[in-house]
Ligand binder design. Structure first.
Ligand SMILES: Cc1cc2nc3c(=O)[nH]c(=O)nc-3n(C[C@H](O)[C@H](O)[C@H](O)COP(=O)(O)OP(=O)(O)OC[C@H]3O[C@@H](n4cnc5c(N)ncnc54)[C@H](O)[C@@H]3O)c2cc1C
Length: 560
């Protein structure tokens, strides 16, 4: 009898292998910004982290952590409440790398100027490995400035929050080698309007309080410490609530359930209830919102960096794919219309990276007492948070389409990027709330408008389109100052977008290659009014641009 033939129907042709085995830090906009913003603090280990982030092994960890989301275990086998969240080992590996690389609170213990910038660069690189675990990492980074309002608590916990040891076990904070922090503000009846919170704090002696109430969203509920807002007799306060009490027993924080979310699947987001849970007060009594806003400001910077990272990842994947996939006799990227789409995406990505790193530099210098940089940050950060996070889902959707049907399939990694993309715009101040914060900055920090315009003017005279845009921004800022409340609020998104895009154009004019700056100004400032392309759709660039050098910025392996 003749042997059975293998069942071969066809040869696989023209399929593009997934982008793996590359250095994520091979990113000219990032490296140039790092050198500008922190010349004294090179980021040692950046490329090692980049290689790890771009490896096939890490890609697999990201897949596993998302396909095996965390599971809540409310009780043990005897019926006792344990309130534990079980994660896939891949999550713990990702977390161990992030903490071991000092992406959480480490820069607060590093006196080197530029330490926050170096950390921002690494955070941006590592978030391209997997975005979900960035949540507890960012919250731990951001907890420190709020905690410093209470120096005794800060001296007790800050070294552990900055420790590079990832210790997920559930033990008393003082007995662990490393800690993570979360925050709980949002309640059922309101998240943006945090003052509507009904959770109560009752004094229990020695600066201790007993907290009773609920939080509707509390991400990363396995953290060791949480900054919680609650109503105390002296007003709304900020409190530090340990998950395990100093004696070793569990605090009465019950995890009721985990949210079934659109994306961000590797990360746990919980509904929690406190039943006379013990907490320490942080900061002045009755000034809790002000205290926790320090934390919110730092997490907003990470929203910008995380969204810029997602855009970069989406672009690099799309450019890689289009460089290898062939259609109608040539590679996709050789088709002029595809080159326009990819170049437009690359412009958006480079502008986001450059702005994010500039703001990381401002945050670093502001933390070291630079008042001018603090003023710039106060206005530019909410504007950037609003704009960059809003642009990310559009970039993800368009980049996904560059892969055609393959982009719609999980194995490409694009669907995860797409599902995760809206999140940074929702939390830490949803779009409207962040845009309204731009108005608040103008009203309460008048020097912030001057700081912003001074920064934009550093590129004055180099490009008439940018000059026209800067003049437009000046007019809008003046109008905003004189507009009545309702009128100003109605326009707040427009103003926030204008601030962000004008600042991006100015930064690119000063620092990016000529072709990038020219294409950005032509597509976003061509009419003298900054726009983001007709209808905001990518790939409708004006005529006559040199897209080749723009695309090179997103090509892996051609940078020195
Ligand atoms: C995955 C995930 C994780 C989260 N993790 C946490 C966490 O760890 N800790 C935590 O405290 N919270 C967390 N949140 C909650 C998040 O911060 C809130 O959802 C967010 O602040 C919005 O609050 P809300 O959902 O109550 O919406 P609302 O406040 O009801 O707002 C709804 C909409 O109205 C808009 N809006 C509100 N006020 C105004 C106004 N004055 N003018 C115009 N528009 C307005 C908002 O921009 C928003 O678009 C998380 C959310 C998600 C999705």
């Amino acid at each position: 009898m003749a042997p059975a033939l293998p069942h071969v129907t066809h040869e696989v042709l023209n399929q593009v292998p997934p982008l793996a085995g590359y250095d994520v830090a091979d990113d000219p906009a990032l490296i140039e910004a790092l050198q500008r913003e922190a010349p004294a603090a090179a980021a040692p280990g950046l490329h090692e982290l980049g290689v790890r982030a771009g490896s096939g092994q890490t890609r697999e960890l990201a897949r596993l952590a998302n396909e095996h989301p965390p599971v809540l275990r409310t009780h043990d086998c005897l019926g006792n409440r344990i309130d534990e969240v079980e994660f896939h080992p891949a999550w713990h590996e990702l977390m161990a790398t992030a903490v071991g690389s000092g992406l959480h609170a480490a820069p607060w213990r590093d006196g080197t100027p530029g330490a926050h910038v170096a950390r921002a660069a690494k955070f941006y690189v590592w978030m391209q490995a997997e975005g979900g675990h960035g949540c507890p990492i960012s919250m731990t980074y951001a907890a420190v400035p709020a905690l410093r309002h209470e120096p005794i608590l800060a001296s007790r916990f800050e070294p552990l929050l900055a420790s590079r040891c990832y210790e997920p076990s559930l033990r008393a904070a003082d007995r662990k080698a490393g800690l993570l922090a979360g925050m709980a503000m949002t309640e059922k009846q309101g998240g943006s309007d945090v003052r509507a919170g009904t959770t109560r704090a009752v004094p229990a002696g020695d600066d201790g309080y007993l907290i009773t109430g609920h939080k509707w969203f509390c991400s990363a509920p396995m953290c060791d410490l949480f900054l919680v807002l609650a109503q105390a007799p002296e007003g709304f306060g900020c409190f530090l609530l340990p998950r395990v009490l100093p004696g070793g027993t569990r605090n009465s924080m019950r995890i009721q359930r985990l949210k079934d979310k659109l994306g961000n699947s590797s990360n746990a987001s919980a509904e929690v209830e406190y039943d006379a849970a013990f907490a320490w007060r942080v900061g002045e009594p009755g000034r809790g919102v002000r205290t926790i806003l320090e934390m919110v400001s730092a997490t907003r910077l990470d929203c910008v960096l995380g969204s810029a990272a997602a855009m970069r990842q989406a672009c690099v994947c799309a450019v890689h794919y289009a460089g290898l996939r062939r259609a109608f006799g040539t590679t996709l990227v050789s088709h002029p219309l595809m080159a326009s789409v990819l170049a437009d995406l690359t412009l958006e990505s480079e502008a986001a990276t450059t702005l994010g790193m500039r703001l990381a530099g401002a945050a670093d210098r502001a933390a070291r007492g630079d008042a001018g940089e603090a003023a710039l940050l106060r206005l530019a950060l909410p504007a950037a948070k609003y704009w960059v996070c809003k642009r990310t889902p559009m970039v993800a959707a368009e980049a996904l389409e560059c892969l055609g049907g393959n982009g719609y399939v999980e194995e490409s990694g694009m669907p995860r990027l797409y599902r995760d993309a809206p999140l940074n715009s929702v939390w830490e101040g949803s779009g409207n709330v962040t845009a309204l914060d731009v108005l608040r900055a103008l009203a309460t920090a008048p020097g912030s408008a001057d700081a912003l315009l001074a920064e934009v003017d550093l590129a004055a005279g180099g490009d008439r389109r940018l000059d026209a845009a800067a003049a437009g921004l000046r007019r809008e800022l003046k109008d905003a100052a004189s507009a009545c409340g309702a009128e100003a609020q109605y326009r707040a998104r427009r103003l926030a977008g204008l601030i962000a895009v004008t600042l991006q154009a100015s930064l690119l004019a000063r620092h990016a290659p000529g072709a990038v700056a020219d294409a950005f100004c032509a597509s976003r400032a061509g009419s003298g009014e900054l726009t983001a392309g007709p209808g905001g759709v990518f790939g409708a660039l004006p005529d006559g641009l040199d897209t080749g050098p723009v695309l090179d910025r997103a090509r892996i392996g051609i940078h020195g």
